[in-house]
Write a protein that binds this ligand. Structure first.
Ligand code: SF4
Length: 479
């Protein structure tokens, strides 16, 4: 068995990580939807402006980013040790820890835990990890009803839709569409419901309140887990998470193994970085933390399911492992010109946008999401926005190279590269090619069908003199 730092490497991930259709085809369809583009453009511009304003208040933002990056790098380098420390701390505080190698095992564990309580319904805090493993579908197949309690997740669930943004899963819907979804799918809703946001929120609150007060089991994800204390943390904006984490008798948290941080003090850094980069707030309205079981206060049974699902394979990758530093703030989505035009569904994976383009192919293997590393203009805006300084463009380039190595370059590109290699090995031919190149540039500028190519691209003039000529002229010898 392959191991990394003494820990067995997991098989590649499964669950909802593979796209049904290549990105280019899905993106083309999304681009034709002008309503979608309006919704996305408005929402991402609003979040970007809010985020920029609160980030500019912090004079030490760059130092915070560097600290976040360093803490994550340290945590990934000591992951097996930290996870064992976390397990011991959670267990010592009265919680129970399970380990899941992949999505199927995680779903089995959670389903069995819910069945053991006798409950046929769970309330859920918004969680990317449970989306990744397809937990809702697994629970439904076992006769257990999962109820999403985050407003945007509820909209997506009622519509039978898929989330399209990490933080704002219904970003592709406007309020008129949401009113229609509520009117069609929400039991007991007022048929005269308006699309006023406050009215829609009140309808959702009434609907969810019934579920909060009658459900004995909750499932959550975790934004962070502190190894030294066994504390789990969830940050959110609506208070639905706080209800799920405190009211039920049983709480099951499903968490990717990369969410562990070494110490309580480390939260100081991430709880500044995350809200400013994600919702554009100075701090999250609700920050819930719990450590095992406290008699008479909150759930009596607390479980933590640690999910690998391809992560240890990513960890063993010297370039790609940075993707595990992600704190799911979604800043890279909000600044990405590709995401802003195509939306999240085109990525075909639970993780959309720039982080999805690097994380999903790594979790499943590049061949399973081959088009995603190309879903980027490599403009670098994602790196500038990332609060933990993940160099997404560098990983994209690496994944593209890996894909080409695995599959070979496409026919025309391979032919051009072979011709270039041959010319470079034959100096006379290379000299001729350089002269032809100068003529080619003139043709690209002058001939109408070719001119279209340069309309949106810079085409610099080739140097007037080749390096060989310059060498001969200035040094008087052969180069
Ligand atoms: S890659 Fe960086 S910017 Fe994108 S979601 Fe993750 S932490 Fe946020």
């Amino acid at each position: 068995m392959r191991t990394y730092l003494g820990m067995p490497l997991s098989p590649r991930g499964v669950g909802h990580l593979r796209g049904d259709e290549p990105f280019p085809a899905a993106a083309r369809r999304a681009l034709a939807d002008s309503q979608l583009r309006r919704n996305l453009g408005h929402a991402t511009a609003t979040i970007r402006a809010k985020s920029a304003a609160v980030i500019s208040e912090l004079p030490d933002w760059e130092e915070l980013r560097a600290a976040g990056s360093a803490i994550k790098a340290d945590a990934m380098a000591r992951l097996p040790e930290l996870l064992e420390q976390l397990e011991a701390a959670v267990t010592g505080a009265g919680g129970r820890v399970r380990w899941a190698r992949d999505a199927a095992e995680a779903n089995r564990i959670v389903t069995d835990l819910v069945r053991a309580t006798g409950s046929q319904r769970v309330i859920k805090v918004k969680s990317m990890a449970t989306q990744e493993i397809g937990l809702n579908e697994a629970l439904a197949a076992a006769g257990i009803e999962p109820v999403e309690t985050d407003l945007a997740e509820l909209i997506v669930q009622l519509a039978g839709d898929r989330p399209s943004h990490i933080l704002v899963p219904a970003i592709h819907r406007n309020r008129a569409e949401i009113r229609e979804i509520f009117r069609r799918r929400m039991p007991d809703v007022d048929p005269d419901l308006t699309d006023d946001p406050a009215v829609l929120a009140a309808a959702a609150r009434r609907h969810l309140r019934r579920a909060f007060l009658t459900t004995r089991v909750a499932v959550s994800g975790a934004n962070f887990a502190v190894a030294e204390t066994g504390t789990l943390a969830v940050v959110e904006s609506e208070g639905n998470g706080r209800m799920c984490l405190t009211l039920p008798e049983t709480l099951i948290t499903v968490m990717g193994v990369e969410k562990v941080v070494p110490t309580w003090r480390d939260l100081e850094v991430f709880l500044q970085l995350l809200p400013r980069s994600s919702t554009g707030e100075r701090m999250n309205p609700y920050t819930s933390m719990w450590t095992g079981v406290v008699p008479g206060d909150g759930p009596k049974d607390v479980h933590l399911v640690l999910v690998d699902n391809g992560r240890t394979a990513v960890l063993a990758d010297s370039v790609g492992r940075q993707a595990l530093h992600c704190i799911r703030c979604s800043a890279c989505l909000n600044v990405c010109p590709v995401y802003e035009r195509t939306g999240g569904h085109a990525y075909g994976s639970v993780y959309p946008g720039p982080i999805g383009a690097v994380l999903s192919p790594q979790l499943t293997g590049v061949a399973d999401n081959a088009s995603l590393p190309y879903a980027s203009s490599l403009c670098g805006a994602c790196f500038d926005a990332c609060p933990v300084r993940i160099d997404i463009p560098a990983i994209l380039v690496e994944l593209r190279a890996r894909y080409v190595e695995q599959r070979g370059a496409p026919g025309p590109e391979a032919a051009v590269m072979a011709a270039a290699a041959y010319a470079m090995n034959h100096p006379r031919l290379f000299g001729l090619a350089q002269r032809a190149g100068r003529l080619g540039v003139r043709a690209l500028r002058a001939v109408p069908p070719l001119r279209a190519w340069t309309r949106s691209r810079d085409l610099p003039d080739p140097p007037s003199e080749t390096f060989h000529r310059w060498w001969r002229r200035t040094r008087g010898g052969g180069a």
